[in-house]
Design a protein around this ligand. Structure first.
Ligand SMILES: [Zn+2]
Length: 440
């Protein structure tokens, strides 16, 4: 590719960009010592943007060598709010012994690009990069400003990426009113030949709780009635046994009704779990958006067989539906009881409506490339960098378009072994993204 004459289109280069990005091991364990690859990936992206004629801004959070890259492509109407297209460069760890191909090979085999990050989310990073390059080289002026952001640290909470930029460089997102990123825009085959593309319009909130129970320390051979380990164990067992009630929120109802219309199987509002059970592998993801959840994930106590310790500690991963922050906290307090000390970090839920020009642009870009396909809103049970951008008043959508084969267990690919993205789906997604951004 040269500046003088574009010889490679976005669709032509997207697969090799994904492979290149996968080959840069950007594993983010949260430990700064392991993070060399993240910076290398940011530099790779910056170089590709520079080659295309941009002057990208490379921003590191407080000298910690955590690279973020941001460019703005000016649009025709500066009076309209800008659109942010963001993606994270880091990935979760991968154990090569569990994989068919090496997780950092980026190998193209059997119609897929294989490797850690293929789905979460280097495919979208590559699509955005390819389209950004094509627009610049073709002299395309989109309807409004587009800000492309390639970010560090999403897999460890975004503290050195999106969160840091929102706190320290909000100027980079000046005028941005809407954003698109991961975990949406993928297809779900509802029945033979009938596809719905899921647009994420909401995310559950998360509450990471640190619990402590205190008791009287002493010799393990004696009578004890004030045991910290037993107290905390009983409290987390009560929490585990609790089933939070089903709450049918707007996006989940709209999604299940939409699937019902497309599949012809009636949707019984009194039994949403039955509707979720019919969703195949997608049931794992959608099922978690019917209710709040709280899972104990870490439990630490004691140091010797014959010593009763004075302290036991546990961590709980709590997730609540939009609008349920307060009652979730209240229920946890009741279940855990007064003897358990609680401290927590809360990242609130994210929610927007499924309407407006941008949603129409998603639907028309999808149907131009997949005639007869439908778009449906849905809620994500996990969190993304959207949580940070919401703090700037930005409307967030998960829209990383991807057409998937009907039998692919898509949700198992996130953070799982043999993560891979279909080449055809990737090229399809690049065409959809191009149309969408031209009409955004
Ligand atoms: Zn991700």
């Amino acid at each position: 590719m040269t500046l003088a004459g574009r010889t490679t289109s976005a669709v032509d280069e997207v697969t090799s960009l994904v492979s290149d990005l996968i080959r840069i091991d950007t594993t983010n364990t949260g430990d700064p010592a392991t993070l060399a690859g993240e910076r290398e990936a940011a530099e790779y992206v910056a170089e590709k943007l520079t080659d295309a004629g941009y002057e990208p801004l490379y921003v590191e959070s407080g000298g910690k060598r955590r690279g973020n890259v941001v460019v703005r492509l000016p649009g025709a109407d500066p009076g309209r709010g800008a659109l942010l297209v963001h993606g994270h460069l880091d990935v979760v760890p991968a154990d090569a012994s569990e994989w068919t191909v090496h997780p950092f090979s980026g190998e193209v085999r059997d119609g897929y690009v294989w490797g850690r990050g293929a789905i979460d989310m280097k495919h979208m990073v590559a699509m955005s990069l390819a389209v950004a390059r094509q627009f610049k080289q073709d002299g395309t002026v989109p309807p409004r400003d587009i800000v492309f952001a390639f970010l560090a640290d999403e897999e460890a909470g975004g503290f050195q990426g999106a969160r840091w930029l929102v706190d320290h460089r909000p100027d980079l997102f000046e005028g941005v009113t809407e954003a698109v990123s991961e975990v949406g825009g993928f297809s779900l085959t509802v029945r033979d030949g009938v596809r719905a593309y899921l647009v994420e319009t909401a995310q559950k909130g998360l509450m990471w709780l640190r619990l402590k129970a205190r008791g009287t320390a002493g010799h393990g051979s004696m009578v004890h009635t004030d045991n910290a380990v037993a107290k905390l164990a009983a409290a987390v067992a009560r929490l585990d046994a609790h089933r939070f009630p089903i709450v049918l929120t707007g996006p989940v109802r709209e999604f299940l009704q939409g699937v019902s219309e497309l599949s012809g199987v009636p949707f019984d509002e009194d039994d949403p779990e039955a509707a979720v059970a019919r969703l195949g592998s997608m049931a794992r993801l959608i099922g978690a958006t019917l209710r709040n959840t709280a899972n104990v994930t870490v439990f630490n106590a004691g140091y010797k067989s014959n010593v009763v310790p004075s302290l036991a500690e546990a961590t709980v991963d709590g997730r609540m539906l939009p609008g349920h922050e307060e009652d979730f906290e209240r229920t946890l307090a009741e279940l855990l009881g007064p003897d358990v000390e609680r401290e927590w970090d809360l990242l609130p839920p994210v929610e927007t409506t499924f309407d407006g020009h941008l949603v129409d642009a998603m639907a028309s870009a999808i149907s131009a490339e997949d005639p007869g396909a439908h778009v449906l809103p849905y809620m994500l049970s996990a969190g993304t960098d959207a949580k940070s951008f919401q703090r700037l008043g930005i409307r967030n959508f998960g829209f990383a378009p991807l057409r998937l084969p009907p039998d692919l267990d898509f949700t198992a690919l996130f953070h799982g072994p043999d993560e891979r993205v279909p080449v055809e789906g990737l090229e399809f997604g690049t065409r959809v993204l191009t149309r969408f951004l031209l009409n955004s």
